[in-house]
Design a protein around this ligand. Structure first.
Ligand SMILES: Nc1ncnc2c1ncn2[C@@H]1O[C@H](COP(=O)(O)OP(=O)(O)OP(=O)(O)O)[C@@H](O)[C@H]1O
Ligand SMILES: [Mg+2]
Length: 228
């Protein structure tokens, strides 16, 4: 069984009386542990597809199977459980809570889970160390650089040990060197855990770091090179 199996998935938005096919007939299989880059120009449907993969939105047509289950058939509490435990989201805007320290931002992610407070602290401290921010744990977001803030956001996404990391333009607000470091950090974290990582980007240099690149145009996937 594949991690993801997408069958003829489409998402249509109605905008000013016109239908926009944000995702248009996508067929796709992703195996557990893959590192996939989703590339395409603005408006090609990358964010929409990521939201379908992360159960944040439902397709207008077609099926998204995750771990063999059609997401459309799941109850609300099963979907909530997946969003909390199976998927870790990283966005272009770091979305840290400005009044909480780096450590508290990470810990907070574990509050609605069954992880106990003491373990939550331990795990959060360890993870901040893993992303290179041990010395910055008690800083507020405003006291951190953009790259450091994104590292905190990555630690927050990973602290629940998600099976899939979904990152939407995670380097969009960073300079190119910091952006490359962030992609490599994400890839390393995922590889050590055996988790799957799917990164949307319009930056070909960053996409080139992924073993598998999926191009998108007008909501559709471009053909992939056949693996050797
Ligand atoms: N909630 C929405 N309502 C109406 N139209 C939408 C909505 N979300 C996305 N769209 C449209 O769907 C298309 C795909 O948008 P999407 O945000 O997925 O593209 P993207 O590849 O992520 O672009 P970018 O690189 O700018 O982030 C666009 O034409 C967009 O205007
Ligand atoms: Mg987008």
């Amino acid at each position: 069984m594949s991690l993801y199996e997408l069958q003829s998935v489409s998402k249509v938005f109605r905008k000013g009386g016109v239908d926009v096919r944000a995702v248009d007939g996508v067929d796709l299989t992703i195996e557990a542990g893959e590192f996939v880059a989703l590339e395409g120009p603005s408006g090609s449907g990358k964010t929409t597809l990521l939201q379908l993969l992360g159960a944040l939105d439902r397709p207008s047509a077609g099926h998204v199977f995750f771990e063999g289950r059609d997401l459309a058939t799941l109850r609300d509490n099963d979907l909530a459980d997946l969003r909390l435990n199976a998927f870790g989201f990283v966005f272009q805007q770091f979305n840290l809570i400005p009044t909480l320290t780096a450590l508290e931002n990470v810990e907070l992610k574990l509050a609605p889970t069954s992880v106990e407070r003491k373990d939550a602290r331990q795990r959060s401290v360890a993870l901040l160390g893993e992303v290179g921010l041990a010395e910055r744990a008690h800083h507020l977001p405003a006291q951190l650089s953009g790259g450091e803030q994104q590292r905190v956001a990555i630690a927050r996404a990973v602290v629940v040990e998600p099976r899939v990391i979904l990152a939407d333009e995670p380097t969009g607000n960073l300079d190119s060197k910091t952006g490359t470091d962030v992609i490599d950090l994400l890839a390393g974290l995922a590889a050590r855990r055996g988790s799957t990582i799917i990164v949307a980007t319009h930056d070909a240099t960053l996409a080139a770091r992924a073993p598998r690149r999926l191009g998108m145009r007008d909501g559709a996937l471009l053909g992939e090179p056949v693996p050797a």
